[in-house]
Design a protein. Structure first.
Lengths: 426, 185
């Protein structure tokens, strides 16, 4: 009798726990299938464990607390066809998850909004997706799998998305005309990873504490502007912005600071790199085999080494501000008459034998560099560096000045008080 | 008797030297460190996966690549370097194999890190089994020497033409980027 009672109690407990997990009586998929095209399905709060497929033009909105937790080989949500909207849902992965991505999308004109994902593998996977809008998505992972993966997907927009602890925040291959704005990626391998994709627009994004802020490879006619690529310095190969095989693109007004290498450019041509602020990096910019680029009006401030370059032919490098450069303005036009050059000596030496990097700025190395002076045509030179940093003047907030004066005043008052009360009294 | 002993001793010592000498030339692949290794050609981080390849130079320097296409591109650009040996990975076991002893499969739909679409196998029969299942063409090491690694550029060119066609057709928000690129020329 006692055993039976215990058994009943045990079964009761299990059903209670189980009951919490599945709040829907009938399957979610059948509810979805019952919604007519153009209709809306509201998902009540609760945890749903069923993978769903949306292939009709419907709207799926979740109430606060609507959670999808799918533990099998299928993605939590699969979207196909056209005009599908998904809003306000939280997607959690579980350890047994075998699906390659939490959300898989194909088709066009979809809308995904206000979604939170915690992923173990890939987050949102796009294949042949067009004209789709992603907005206000929060995606967090365990360092494996990419946040967003785009394959042959064109004309999509990604806005206000926050990603952390994944492999690459946004990975795209053969995907053109995509726009990324106002996103933040941190603690991942690469923030933005462009591969063989043209006409990419990345504006106002923030990429911090990754191996590389933005890894831009194999692109033409792209725009990378007003982004903040900061503190990408935790890896031996870390850098703020990498441009490899990038052509006819515009890179302007980005703030690239506190990285190992600020900007790394290789095998790239015809780009316009202007108005960027490259500050407090170990190496400001490193350029190899680049041609016909315009590098103008950038500010290189407080970098340990402002630039290193090899094989840079026919580039227009002028009117940048280098705080490390020797400057002399004889005609008062605000531009220095002394050109500022990067000697390829050290870079070539360290490339052959990487341990030589230990001798970075070693007095002996400087002497050797001066003794074995590279011929003039091998130097990469800014012919007319700016005397003053125009960029900095524009960006300096007034608030900082007031704080400075307040602190000064406070210190003066404190020291006066100390003197007044601390002096020896007769 | 004594002479015989001396002779055998000498032979033993000599043979030891020969073996030691041979041992030096036996180049072994160096394991990949995912945190610090980057591709010598494209600068991407190298994962310890089936696509990684490696070159050991005669001076002992090792270099890793994330895609076999990157390795061949590097070899083409650095023909003056003395290569002791090169290694690729078996697609299934992910173990190192000498590049010269491997069998290769090329197929456009195979996704590799730098889209060169070539994978490697220790056994020819495994490569054949892959082809039977997924398609593709079998390449030997010698054939690989003549393989055109231009696929990327071809693809990019193809894309550019396609895009140009598209751009002429549509205006709207693409026009902006178009202006951008035209400004520079």
């Amino acid at each position: 009798m006692k055993v039976l009672l215990k058994l009943i109690l045990f079964v009761g407990m299990i059903s209670l726990v189980g009951g919490k997990e599945t709040s829907a009586d009938i399957s979610l998929q059948s509810q979805i299938d019952a919604v007519p095209a153009g209709g809306t399905l509201k998902l009540a709060a609760g945890t749903y464990q069923e993978p769903i497929v949306l292939k009709k033009p419907i709207v799926l909105t979740g109430e606060k607390g609507a959670i999808l937790k799918v533990c099998n080989a299928k993605p939590a949500i699969t979207i196909k066809g056209e005009n599908v909207t998904v809003k306000g849902i939280q997607i959690l992965s579980c350890k047994q998850d075998k699906s390659s991505a939490a959300v898989k999308i194909s088709g066009k004109n979809h809308q995904l909004e206000d979604i939170t994902l915690k992923i173990r593998k890939s987050g949102i996977n796009l294949e042949n997706v067009e004209q789709t809008n992603f907005r206000n998505i929060r995606l967090s992972g365990y360092g494996k799998g990419n946040g967003f993966e785009l394959w042959e997907s064109h004309h999509n927009t990604f806005e206000e998305i926050k990603i952390d602890h994944v492999q690459d925040g946004f990975y795209m291959e053969d995907s053109h005309y995509n726009t990324f704005s106002g996103n933040a990626i941190s603690d991942s391998r690469y923030g933005l990873h462009v591969m063989f994709s043209d006409y990419i627009t990345a504006k106002n994004n923030r990429s911090t504490r990754n191996y590389t802020g933005a890894m831009v490879m194999g692109t033409n006619y792209s725009v990378i502007a007003d982004n903040q690529l900061l503190e990408n310095n935790q890896n031996v190969n870390a850098q703020g912005l990498l441009l490899f095989d990038v052509h006819d693109s515009t890179i302007n007004h980005n703030r690239i600071s506190d990285n190992r290498v600020g900007m790394f450019i290789e095998d790239s041509s015809g780009n316009e790199i202007t108005g960027n602020e490259i500050a407090a990096n170990f190496i400001g910019t490193q350029m190899n085999r680049i041609e016909k680029n315009v590098i103008e009006g950038n500010a290189f401030i407080s970098n340990v080494n402002d630039f290193q370059a090899t094989d840079a032919a026919n580039n227009t490098i002028q009117n940048n501000y280098w705080d490390a450069a020797m400057k002399l303005d004889t005609d008062g036009d605000g531009k220095s008459n002394l050109p500022h050059s990067a000697d390829p000596f050290f870079l070539n030496l360290a490339r052959e034998t990487p341990p030589y990097q230990l001798f970075f700025q070693h007095p002996g190395m400087t002497l050797l560099q001066k003794l074995l002076k590279s011929p003039e045509h091998l130097l990469v030179t800014d012919q007319e560096p700016l005397m003053n940093n125009d960029l900095n003047n524009q960006q300096q907030p007034e608030q900082k000045q007031t704080i400075f004066w307040v602190i000064c005043l406070a210190m003066i008052i404190v020291s006066l008080l100390l003197i007044y009360f601390g002096r020896k009294r007769n | 008797m004594k002479q015989k002993l001396l002779k055998s001793c000498l032979i033993a010592i000599l043979s030891l030297f020969v073996i030691a000498g041979c041992g030096k030339k036996d180049v072994k692949p160096v394991a990949i460190n995912e945190k610090t290794d980057k591709c010598e050609n494209c600068h991407m981080a190298v994962k310890d996966d089936q696509f990684a390849t490696e070159i050991i130079l005669e001076n002992g320097k090792s270099m890793v690549f994330d895609d076999i296409g990157c390795m061949y591109k590097w070899l083409k650009e650095n023909s003056d370097k003395k290569v002791a040996n090169s290694f690729v990975k078996d697609y299934d076991s992910k173990e190192w194999i000498e590049a010269s002893k491997a069998s290769y499969v090329y197929d456009k739909p195979i996704k590799t890190p730098m889209a060169y679409n070539v994978i490697s196998f220790t056994e020819k029969k495994d490569a054949q089994a892959f082809i039977d299942q997924h398609g593709g063409s079998l390449l030997t090491y010698d054939k690989l020497e003549n393989h055109s690694w231009e696929k990327n550029e071809e693809m990019v060119k193809e894309m550019k033409e396609k895009m140009k066609g598209k751009m002429n057709m549509q205006d709207g928000h693409d026009g902006m980027e178009k202006e951008h690129s035209e400004d520079k020329h």
